[in-house]
Design a protein. Sequence first.
Length: 86
Amino acid sequence: MEEFLGQEVVVDCRSRFVCLGTLQRVDEQVLELRNADLHDLRDTDTTRENYVAASRATGIKRNRKRVLVVRADILAISRLEDVVDE
């Protein structure tokens, strides 16, 4: 994950959350994201894929200055620029 430091990333969680932001720090327990959007998918009818694709197209809708994401809850992480909308 260190190769993603300083880049905008998408963190897919095992729960119904997805988090987008700039990866600031990685350690054994958490990822730290800055200028982040912590999005609860239960609050919308939009799918995870559509929400992430829209964020790629329009930019991250920041609702947190800083978020710590527990690594045990992470399903996947990717760079936002690697999101494909086809």
